[in-house]
Ligand binder design. Sequence first.
Ligand SMILES: NC(=O)c1ccc[n+]([C@@H]2O[C@H](COP(=O)([O-])OP(=O)(O)OC[C@H]3O[C@@H](n4cnc5c(N)ncnc54)[C@H](OP(=O)(O)O)[C@@H]3O)[C@@H](O)[C@H]2O)c1
Length: 320
Amino acid sequence: MNSAVRKYWAKYKWSNIYAMIKNMKRLPEKNSEPFRNKLVVITGTTSGIGYYTARKYASMGAHVLMVNRNREKSESVRREIAEEFGVPVDHIIADLTLLPDIQRVGQHLLSLEKPIDVLIHNAGVHLESRRENAMGIEVNFAIHYLCPLIINKMLIPKYQKDQTGRILLVSSEAYRFAVWGLDLEDLQWKRRRYTGIKAYGAGKLAQILFMHLLSGELAPFRVTMNAMHPGMVRTESGKDNGKWYQWYKKNVINKFSAAPDVSAEALYYLGTSPELSQTTDVFFHLTTEEKLVPPALDLEAAEALLIRTKDFLNNEGIIV
Ligand SMILES: NC(=O)c1ccc[n+]([C@@H]2O[C@H](COP(=O)([O-])OP(=O)(O)OC[C@H]3O[C@@H](n4cnc5c(N)ncnc54)[C@H](OP(=O)(O)O)[C@@H]3O)[C@@H](O)[C@H]2O)c1
């Protein structure tokens, strides 16, 4: 038995799995209060969960600022939502795996006059084979973990000034596939055999571990940070995978998946409901609070991960 297995094995509980299965059947709580003139920033709104969430917030009167990589798709969504709901809709174009783009987004958000009432880190990918971005960084590691980490860290002075804000991480129950935690020696899957679901799960687990640390740092500024599983919903997730995956997605995954407006309702509730104004560092299954599995509660691992990440980013010329 290796040390990671020894560390977590005895802490796993079947009751945790049963609770998740029960939560899968529950519908999200809803908030019907408007959110007029409040600012919501959402990454990845050109399809799926992000798209429906941008529409939901706009329909409730919010000012929506979207961060997307594809200019054409983003402009079309921007125009559609602004015209349909009559609210301000802006966008920033950025590839959220590229460190300079991520920093540019952070700078832009930092320079906003208005408080960021809700910041939703939604952009994500599911890749069946290992992929690096143009800077040679593994994509799961970059988009699910480095991107929210860098942006949130950059925004600390703004949060300190504004004394308000909610940060939501669109996570996934797939973090459970990082069953024995993260391999700090191989965060980018260079040495181990890459599998899509494990690398995806590891990216989401890293995100959750970081949330435990940052939520504490943000609490004195009345800023909350929570993670959520958005349900299993029909989106364009996995669109870059091969034809077998596409067959499986169409004939199996989609058959068991819900429409993504359920995720949008949940993200609206988590971002706006008064009951959650103080709630921080919680994992929600849609809107139901859920206990995390042992590797996702490991604060020692979270600290060690942050040290590694700072070293990695320092080498890339980024201080966080
Ligand atoms: N669908 C589910 O059942 C499910 C379950 C659990 C968690 N999630 C999570 O939900 C989130 C949204 O996924 P989805 O299911 O809605 O999938 P989706 O339809 O594929 O949407 C993903 C969004 O992220 C954007 N994106 C991807 N790579 C990007 C990059 N490098 N830079 C900027 N934007 C990028 C995509 O933009 P492009 O149009 O340019 O590709 C798109 O707008 C993800 O974090 C995913 O892990 C989904």
